[in-house]
Design a protein around this ligand. Sequence first.
Ligand code: NAD
Length: 259
Amino acid sequence: MINVALGGATGKMGRTVCDIIQKSKDMRLVGAMIAPTEEMFGKEIYPGIIAKGQDSLDEVLENADVYVDITAPQAAANIITKIPAKGVNIVLGTTAIPDDVIKRMKEEIAKNNTSAVHSANFAVGVNVFWKMCEVLSASLDGYDIEVIEAHHNQKMDAPSGTAMEAVKRMMRTTGIDTVTYGREGLTGARKREIGVHSIRGGDIVGDHTVIFVGSGERIELKHSMGSRDALAKGFIESIRWVNGKKDGKVHDLNEVIGL
Ligand SMILES: NC(=O)c1ccc[n+]([C@@H]2O[C@H](COP(=O)([O-])OP(=O)(O)OC[C@H]3O[C@@H](n4cnc5c(N)ncnc54)[C@H](O)[C@@H]3O)[C@@H](O)[C@H]2O)c1
């Protein structure tokens, strides 16, 4: 039995993952953290599981093998560097965590010989989409690249972590070192850059489009997320995969799904 503690248990993504954990035969929820401002704070959110705050981290992790974080950038940054020293493995889904915090988490994981899975997107299709971005950007030399992402109107960060992972990979394959976020006013001619645009509205789970524009032709690569189920599946597989691992490393979803 895999004992799982989860930060963000009442969130849109966290609740979906918790519901699957509760129904599965090989894992169970042993701890949950949510924001102290929430109505459910201090209450029983699943049988025997009281929603606690980050100041109860030790209690929440007491019986955990794996900690899953799907909270918010600052909330995750507060605790993820402290978890490896407690001997608990991590599945990290929260996006927009500063690079220096991720670096410190990696150092702590190496020092304490624990393991983690970290991905800006836990859907298999998105991981294939990222690979296709690499292939297309490497093949379409000199084409202009524009990235458009769309999410629900409650999303806290922009651009999405998924869009920025695509951008990071295409910067590597093309050598482009400038990213332009939105455009306004007298912008002048387009530079050698990757353009990034964020749309927010309604209940869009997550759409990502990359447009490669050449002279007289263009290719559009699009991934649409219809529900959070595809993401939840990746989180659940990652929990199983990372449980018991002790290699001092942070892995991405490609390793979990064998892409
Ligand atoms: N990697 C992925 O595949 C993936 C998928 C979906 C969402 N996300 C990311 O996960 C995060 C959460 O997304 P969401 O849509 O579920 O958000 P949400 O706003 O619906 O839920 C956030 C959850 O975090 C909790 N939280 C916030 N501040 C906290 C604090 N200080 N201490 C403890 N808990 C706290 C809230 O109580 C809530 O349960 C975002 O960063 C989002 O980008 C990643």
